[in-house]
Design a protein around this ligand. Structure first.
Ligand SMILES: [Zn+2]
Length: 256
């Protein structure tokens, strides 16, 4: 007879066993089974309410189940906290990146939301957190807008553009046209910045561009520029840089 066995371990009940007496227990056991993804137990539970079926069990088996479930739920909680902390750090890096771009008056302070989401998602992935881009883009937009009171969103075709209020007209126009003069100015500036950096004894890269990054610049800037050319712009840190970037940066440094 099935009731003579423990509901959980399917062993002989012996002398010391309990019978399910409360309606709530079925629910608690089910929650634990779901947390543990214990499909065998879930299948067993789907056959009917434990109390109605007069299920019997060893107390130690129930305790073991509950303890295992609690351990899993605590690990999940810790994981969530880690994600929140990392997400704040990455947002700060993104804000710093936006500020850095805005400080540079030559370029238009306009950002495509999809680009920012990409940067954010990539960075989170580097920290071992996988995100669904679609789910997170609205939330990220709100978080960015909260950081910049004078920033506004605009729909441009399929893209959402984030632009600063003050420079809106100018910035939108700039973002839409290809400006050769600006490109030349950018190249010149980039070269100047990197040259100054190459002849300065550097400090470590903290993982983001501060507003003083040019003054405190290090050969990391050179690495960053080379990486941007090789791999495209990103808010990533030096540890992601490839060997090719390093080699090219070294060639530049020792030949200038
Ligand atoms: Zn048992």
């Amino acid at each position: 007879m099935r009731n003579a066995l423990c509901f959980f371990c399917h062993q002989d009940l012996g002398q010391q066993y309990h019978q399910v007496q409360t309606l709530g227990m079925d629910k608690h056991v089910r929650q634990a089974a779901e947390l543990l993804e214990d499909t065998a137990l879930l299948a067993q539970l789907s056959e009917g309410d434990m109390m109605a079926r007069e299920a019997k069990y060893h107390k130690r088996c129930l305790t073991f189940l509950y303890n295992s479930a609690r351990a899993v739920s605590e690990t999940e909680k810790r994981g969530t906290t880690y994600e929140i902390v990392v997400s704040s750090v990455v947002l700060a890096e993104l804000v710093s990146y936006i500020e850095g771009t805005t400080d540079d008056k030559i370029s238009a302070p306009v950002f495509k939301l999809s680009d920012l989401v990409k940067l954010y998602t990539q960075r989170m992935k580097e920290h071992g957190i996988k995100l669904n881009q679609r789910v997170h883009s609205t939330r990220l937009k709100e978080r960015i807008l909260a950081q910049f009171p004078n920033m506004q969103e605009h729909n441009m075709g399929r893209d959402i553009i984030l632009a600063f209020e003050d420079d809106k007209g100018d910035a939108l126009a700039k973002a839409c046209e290809y400006d050769h003069d600006n490109d030349a100015v950018h190249l010149l500036r980039a070269a100047q910045i990197v040259r100054r950096d190459m002849f300065t004894e550097g400090q470590g890269f903290t993982g983001s561009f501060s507003d003083k990054c040019q003054e405190n610049s290090v050969s990391t800037l050179l690495m960053t520029l080379v990486s941007m050319i090789l791999e495209g712009p990103s808010i990533d840190s030096p540890r992601q840089r490839s060997a090719a970037s390093l080699t090219i940066a070294q060639l530049l440094k020792y030949n200038s």
